[in-house]
Design a protein around this ligand. Sequence first.
Ligand code: DOR
Ligand code: ZN
Length: 361
Amino acid sequence: MVSNQSEVPRSITLRRPDDWHVHLRDGAMLAQVLRYTARQFARAIVMPNLLPPIRTVDTARAYCARILAALGREAGLHGGDEGVFTPLMTCYLTDTTDPEELARGFAEGVFVAVKLYPAHATTNSAFGVTDIRRVQPVLERMAAIGIPLLVHGEVTDAAIDVFDREAVFIEQVLDPLRRRLPELKIVLEHVTTEEAVEYVQSASANLAATITAHHLQINRNALFAGGIRPHLYCLPIAKREKHRQALRRAATSGDRRFFLGTDSAPHMQPAKETACGCAGIFTAPCALELYAEVFEERTALDRFEAFAALNGAAFYGLPANEERVTLRHEPCVVPERIGEGDMAVIPFRAGETLRWRLIPS
Ligand code: DOR
Ligand code: ZN
């Protein structure tokens, strides 16, 4: 359908969305980035890949308390314009994770999900799982109690082309896992390929996927436009255009198995702009605005609420948020940077003008 400018509404109002995959970090970085996520989202699934990772109920509780404390300080400093924000904590799966610890954390309402990083797949994944079969007893326990497994879906074999690692993971790891344990709830995180989209579409309702704003907006050409673009490097890496189109169709389809997960992953500017830069794209400052552009381009703004605020909550068995947010169709400039000096972080599309602006409630 041809998009007609006159059909674009001047504003849209939707339930306050949730971010089902975000990196909030810790310490000074947490203090500097948290406000952006808390301003946009009611809840967020917080990734556990700190150093050392979050592997126990006690460390998750303590990390959650640090997040809430950082929020309190922000509210105090800035007049408390953030809505209520709830961090949802995750446990980092290792070869030696104790199923009892997981079950206790889930029963006590501390752990909402468990994160699988294949060892050495990405940032702070050195403690990750070396072979999925080693954690079979843990996964069986998870299936029995109903806690979801969140999967970084890439094989780590250096012989596999980096652009193929997601598709190979689905074939070699995810599909066999789902056949062994069909009742396990799984989220294939930050999907980047047509293969992943089709796999999720063909599966039962206990497999879902998150989609980032950046993978909806860029293909792999963007990484090399006029020179190498370290701030567009993330894992899984952006793929070719046909994959981006598949992601855009999936996100805007209304299919309940696809929902919002920014994977906003801040790194300090010197760690990105260097000979061996870190993986991670920082979208938190304007995440909803970025997604809204995609839904507008696909004339699917009527499905934005399902993707951003309903499907994820339904998958996790949580109530939808009652609060509303409004996005106005008006120019919104992405900050050039947030933070100062060595702590500076360069957001996705820094300095550019987006077509939507979030008006927090
Ligand atoms: O690009 C990424 N950055 N992908 C990940 O899986 C981890 C993340 C990070 O923590 O920086
Ligand atoms: Zn991530």
